[in-house]
Every structure is written in C-alpha cells, then in structure tokens.
Design a protein around this ligand. Structure first.
Ligand SMILES: C[S@@+](CC[C@H](N)C(=O)[O-])C[C@H]1O[C@@H](n2cnc3c(N)ncnc32)[C@H](O)[C@@H]1O
Length: 214
C-alpha cells in the first residue's frame, strides 16, 4: 500500500486551471520535469506499434497525444481520458474518443489496452494506490504502463525547488515515492517495473505485464 499524505480531490482546480495549464506545465517541464517527460515520450515511441491500442489517462490538454500524432502515430487506436470537462475541451482538435472519467474507476474492460500512459496525473488523485490498481488492470498481457510523476527526489537547484513549492501551494498534486510505487506495482500479478533514470523531483517508470495470453 502506498502511504501518502491525504490530498483533496483536484478536479475542480484543474477545471479552473485549464486555460492557463499549458503555460504552467511548460514551466514545470522546463525547470523540473523535462527529463522525465522526455523519458516517457521515448518509451511510447519505442513501444507503440501501428496496431497498439493506446490510452492516455489523465490526458489534460492532450499534448502527449497531439505530439505523437504529429510524429505520425495513428490516432485510430487512441483514447483520451480525463475527469475535467475543461481539460477535455482543449483536446477538441484531437480526433479520438475522449472519455470523461477517473483513474480510480477506469470505464474499460480488463486488458483493454496495449499501452497505457499516465503523465503527471497519478500524484493528483486522492488515492494513488487505487489509481495504480486500475491503470494496471486495463493493460493487456504483454502490454505496458508508462508513468511520469512528481517524485520525492532531491531538488536540483533553486528553480526546481520553487516549482515544487508552487505545486504544493496550489494543492494540485504531491510528490510520490518512486520506490514505494515500484514496490506496489511489483505486488501486482505478472508486472515487472523499472525506473528510467532522470534528474529532478520527477520520475518515469515502465511497468510491463508479462505472462502467456490464454
Ligand atoms: C498535471 S495535469 C497532467 C495532464 C497531462 N497528462 C500532461 O502531461 O500535461 C493532471 C491531470 O490529471 C487530471 N486529473 C485530476 N484528477 C484526476 C483523476 N481522479 N483521474 C484522472 N485524471 C485526473 C486533471 O484534470 C489534469 O488534467
């Protein structure tokens, strides 16, 4: 079980933040989370095939999907999910199914996706353990979950420390323990997890679901 300080539901905050979100998030990536984001994107490029069923859970304004489509990934097999209508409205240009829903109760069957990403959203939910159970549940045997999240790792300098304080002040997220997340995923049947090295208060994990398809 992940031990975490309680966090109130952040969806209302993201509803209000939606118009300014890209600017704020860009600042976060520039000063703190950029390496972890690059690692996540690299994993997706390496793992996605033209037939992969792909879910971006907690998609926000859709930047990950938009970037992948611009690089040539087919939107045909993509699904975006977020609980915030204002965030989903900003994905209007992305012609894929968009579902208003929560990580903690994903409205999909077990093993529905080959590839699931969750970038900077796990740390925003009140119950990240339940969210992790759900994210792993919808990964098919042989598929993978890629996570990028704010991690309880040492800050690199002033800017990175200020980014951390700003996030905590807004109350839109928290810093998760990478080792606890990894230990939790390893308790799930058939999952193997590894961390992709990056610096700063952010981390990227690849969780692969092994096992024979029956
Ligand atoms: C920091 S943003 C990350 C957005 C996007 N993944 C990105 O990389 O820019 C966090 C997102 O998580 C969403 N969120 C908040 N609570 C959630 C929940 N319970 N389930 C799924 N997503 C949630 C917010 O609406 C917001 O879009």
């Amino acid at each position: 079980m992940l031990s975490q300080a309680p966090l109130r539901d952040a969806v209302d905050q993201y509803e209000k933040l939606a118009p300014r979100y890209d600017k704020l998030h860009h600042r976060w990536l520039r000063h703190a989370g950029g390496e972890a984001q690059a690692a996540l994107e690299g994993l997706v490029r390496a793992l996605a095939t033209p037939t992969s069923k792909f879910l971006d859970a907690g998609c926000g304004t859709g930047n990950l999907a938009r970037g992948l489509i611009a690089e040539g990934m087919s939107p045909n097999m993509m699904t975006l999910l977020d609980p915030s209508a204002a965030m989903l409205a900003r994905c209007a240009d992305i012609r894929v199914p968009k579902i208003q829903g929560r990580l903690e109760s994903l409205p999909f069957e077990d093993g529905a996706f080959d590839l699931v990403t969750c970038a900077w959203a796990l740390e925003t939910v009140p119950n990240p353990h339940l969210a992790l159970v759900e994210l792993c549940r919808v990964v098919r045997v042989g598929g993978a979950l890629c996570l990028a999240f704010c991690a309880d790792e040492p800050a690199r300098g002033l800017a990175d420390g200020l980014m951390r304080q700003a996030l905590l002040y807004r109350g839109t997220g928290r810093f998760l323990s990478r080792s606890q997340l990894m230990q939790t995923i390893e308790t799930f049947e058939d999952f193997e997890v590894r961390a992709i090295p990056s610096h700063g208060p952010a981390s990227t994990l690849l969780a692969k679901r092994s096992g024979a398809i029956t």
